[in-house]
Design a protein around this ligand. Sequence first.
Ligand code: MN
Length: 385
Amino acid sequence: MEKKKRNIAILGSTGSIGTQALDIISMHEDRFEAYALAANNNVELLAKQARKFLPEVVVIANESKYEQLKQALNDLPIKVWAGSRAIEEVVRDENIDMVLTAMVGFSGLKPTISAIQSGKAIALANKETLVVAGELIMELSYENCVPILPVDSEHSAIFQCLNGEDCNEIDKILLTASGGPFRNFSKTELTKVTKAQALNHPNWNMGAKVTIDSSTLMNKGFEMIEAKWLFDVKPSDVEVVIHPQSIIHSMVQFRDTSVMAQLGQPDMRVPIQYAFSYPERLRSNFETINIFDIATFTFEKPDTKRFRNLTFAYQAIETGGNMPCILNAANEIAVSAFLEEKIGYLQMSDVIEKTMQRASFVTNPSLDDYLETDTEVRKIAEEMI
Ligand code: MN
């Protein structure tokens, strides 16, 4: 029997996850349709993608690029929208089955809420959404009976280890991390790290922000928070394990002491495809691991003296309220300042630490509180830079 095609909206189609998601769609044209594409700024690539995939609608968040996009597609029957409100709107289309949230940072929050409220399955690549407002997002997903399928490789691994384990309590999640390019750098060496060095990740090919976050272990801190919400565990039950080979994508330990792991090449297309096709596994031509070529697997504890962001993440989620939202916004400002070469590598952690001390704390934040916190924190962090 021929299966119905899954109509997918890709939010952030011109980024690293978005372009790899479109690769998956072109590999399985019989199964998936790129129904809507949305990008922040990159109008040239968005137009090119639209020409190739012929979606129903494209959205450019930056409204000043609207005319350019409209012009570029004026010979095609594709609807062209602009503005961040249009992204929240587009996901409500009744023909959309699944929304891949692959925008960067806080900007992913509102469109994700809108997609959940309109009952779309979520393929979640924007981890900041759960960092900022995990409680709210999980509540909404239960209320609307919407599945959240993790695209992050670690969470996809954990999700796979939990298949069929509904009744079994999790003792511990072993969240693996490559350790990034500066795993063995001393504190003095870390002070001198340049933007170019930080953008060069040894194992994973990713966008700029997540690459910097990986190198500082902020990414792992965010992923711990993401795991807490997705799998309903205590933060203290998520243990970060440095595994430089990046072949084991994470593990779950159960109460009978059994540990399940998911292994594979570090290739984001695998978790993207799994989120798209779940529960089915589609045949692919990705490179397999050759177990005989992998001489050794090594594991280390992270050094939180050199990589302080990981400690901040545990503190933020243990404190609760809007503290993870504060952490996220401070980090977004710190990372862009580093990418603009306004502050040094270790100063990113200083900005985050001081901002967490200064921003107004809210115990039970609403969506409006999160929006206010984000604006306030950006101001505080920017003034520091
Ligand atoms: Mn990850």
